[in-house]
Design a protein around this ligand. Sequence first.
Ligand SMILES: *Cc1c(COP(=O)(O)O)cnc(C)c1O
Length: 484
Amino acid sequence: MPSTPYLPEHDSLDQLLDAARAYCGQFLADLPELPTSRPDPQLQPAQLPEIGIGGLAALAEFDAQFRNLLVGSAGPRYWGFVTGGTTPTSIVGDWLTTVFDQNPKGLTGPGDLSANIEAQSLALFRQLLNLPDDFMGGFVTGATMANFTGLAVARQWAGQQLGCDVAREGVRPGQIRVLAAVPHSSAIKSLAMLGLGSTSLENVRSLPDREAIDITHLTELLNQQPGQPVIVMASGGTVNTVDFDDLTALVALKKQFGFWLHVDAAFGGFVALVPSLAPRLAGWEWADSIAIDNHKWLNVPYDSAVWLVRSVYAVLQVQTFQNTNAPYLGDPMTNFSYLNMGPENSRRLRALPVWLSLIGYGRTGFRVIVERSVALATEFGQLIAKSGFLQLEAPVRVNVVCFSLRHHRTDATWLATFQTALNAEGQVYLTPTVYNGVSCLRAAFVNWRTQTEDLHRAIRTMTTVYQQLTEAGTDNLRIDRHFL
Ligand SMILES: *Cc1c(COP(=O)(O)O)cnc(C)c1O
């Protein structure tokens, strides 16, 4: 690499790349045993050097300062939130994204291959999930932005019903109704960002012992305030119990009432790969917009997700996201540019890790990842049920296990103490939730590296931590050790 007067490079590019490759290889080899949690890092204030020390020395400095503070969040026992991992091929895809440093915009501009790669990746992605071709799509940072994008077009559509152009004129409180039963927090955040207001959400009742919309209650709500545009935010997999709204019933209601149907299928969308689970998504092919994360079950690095919006709404989408305020929009598809279709202007070629993964692993590769995750969740649920001191709080529907401490179900403080002590062990990482009014822990399985042995390690650690806490406290509780 020629050094320039502006950027003195101390090390040869090859040296630097080789060092990085070796460093990454070591990190990935260590990843399965990396602690899933570390103490608060408490970093010292950094001092900007006047003269740089060079890339190799900077890497060594990083290693000395931070390497032992990193947690294995991409490893096999990080089950908090819904946390994916990185397959080897997706890592290479992400490296190449950086090396090529493209900025995908137009499909037809001179030499703009990158936007075409993005479009082709989406075509592969639709094939993977058996979705029809008339969904347009694009890559964004996460399902939060995918929800935002779909709901932004929904907002424009709702404005059109009222005879106004929301992108130009804004929205007034109460103009647009939004209905959902158990929306993800990011969908509510999206309502806030879109100026619809998070309080515009009207809660639909869910079915008893379910997180899915009670269709009867939804129908009642839809019969109120006729003539007012409605957006229904449906769940294609809730984070606590991976429940799915009855999308077929929603599509039937949509025909009757004419609302916008947005499906948040951030991770649940991938059950389309498993024949026995795919029916839970039945009807999603008729949705108006869908949000799906890649950095969860597709196991590509952060940050990657996809929005899908039906192509009949292309004009509404361009009205919302156009970067040039053209008074008249021709057919936005003839001069398609991602610039006018989503929230960002400049973007990295985020599609490449997905493209490489889909070609590299194929449908079967991802079906195996999803099936294995589901099998592991089922097995973990059985271990929980047999443990004696843990209690399943919901059936393991797909890939999330939601459980409580059997003898402390009503004691949120006890659970919080347990969770803190458990995570401090660094063997397994879980996050808390409240389900049906009970404080619970969740284990979400989406990482391709997880194996049965990891389940047993988690149970062993939970048992030890529980015993320590009960011995420290006044409880004297029986733990069935035979199953371990
Ligand atoms: C994770 C998740 C989101 C938000 O996704 P980010 O990738 O964090 O932006 C939205 N909806 C559901 C159901 C999720 O699981």
